[in-house]
Write a protein that binds this ligand. Structure first.
Ligand SMILES: C[S@@+](CC[C@H](N)C(=O)[O-])C[C@H]1O[C@@H](n2cnc3c(N)ncnc32)[C@H](O)[C@@H]1O
Length: 255
């Protein structure tokens, strides 16, 4: 691998114009919804060390596993529909790992039902973000990530808001953040410039201009930390089931 073009991002606005870094391949460029590998590389450089255990519960084409190999980390990837043999089959709501096992978790979940991954009923990519069930499902994934992550370690979630001319706008990022802060403390929020092929299409821009909406120009990268003294969401061993006022609003997503 060559890291010539790769550098550690130092602001909260990240940009890298290609899916893969260097001369090697990470994940599959033909896989719709593959995560740009420099994002995972930057996270691993900042929040992990060599030989640590990195888990991706929705591993898709395996980008996280390839970046782990490049950087001498131990990657474990799951997906409901494994794309290649080193990705194990599992529902992200039931990850077959013991509690407090992972040193870092990265996840890039489906953003509503805009891409088809499978016909499996458990596939969260078959749920529209206008439907509460999408957030209920992802709240279970977030809870599961909290279970497998070691206290004091980091978790990153990469996601985009939803807009459809028929159904309107859903601030997926804000809604998921509201769920995540029940379990994790917020470390930072990064805006990642999208280089989606659709953004290169003139007719998409024309439609946005004529119909008064915006194309999605950025993704959120939420960086969270599992607090050392907390277990199981906002449950504190010493003080009991303590909730903040802000968290109480999102209680319908907690199971
Ligand atoms: C945006 S893609 C992930 C892309 C991946 N990071 C990559 O670089 O290729 C989302 C993935 O979530 C998976 N998925 C959907 N529902 C799932 C579930 N309940 N459990 C595990 N994986 C699921 C899909 O199969 C899809 O591969």
């Amino acid at each position: 691998m060559s890291n010539k073009k790769l550098f550690i991002q130092t602001t909260s606005l990240w940009d890298f114009p290609s899916q893969n870094y260097g001369t090697s391949k990470q994940g599959d460029i033909g896989y719709k919804g593959a995560t740009p590998s420099y994002i995972i590389w930057n996270l691993l450089m900042k929040y992990t060390k060599e030989k640590q255990i990195i888990v991706d519960p929705m591993c898709g084409s395996g980008t996280t596993l390839d970046v782990c190999k490049d950087t001498n980390r131990f990657g474990i990837g799951y997906d409901l529909t494994p794309f290649r043999s080193d990705i194990k089959k599992a529902d992200a709501r039931k990850i077959p790992l013991k509690n407090n096992y992972a040193d870092f978790v990265f996840i890039d979940p489906p953003y509503s039902d805009n891409l088809k991954y499978s016909d499996n009923k458990a596939d969260i990519g078959n749920l529209n973000a206008k439907d509460d069930q999408y957030f209920i499902s992802l709240s279970l994934v977030i809870k599961e990530i909290n279970r497998i992550l070691k206290p004091g370690r980091f978790f990153a979630l990469y996601v985009c808001d939803y807009f459809s001319t028929k159904k309107g706008f859903v601030p997926i990022g804000f809604k998921l953040f509201n769920i995540m802060i029940k379990y994790f403390t917020s470390v930072d929020i990064i805006s990642v410039i999208r280089h989606n092929n659709d953004l290169k299409k003139g007719n998409y821009h024309k439609a946005a201009e004529e119909n008064n909406f915006y194309l999605r120009g950025f993704n959120y990268l939420f960086i969270m930390k599992k607090p050392k003294g907390l277990t199981n969401g906002n449950f504190n061993k010493k003080t009991g089931n303590k909730r903040t006022k802000f968290n109480r609003n999102s209680s319908k997503y907690s199971k």
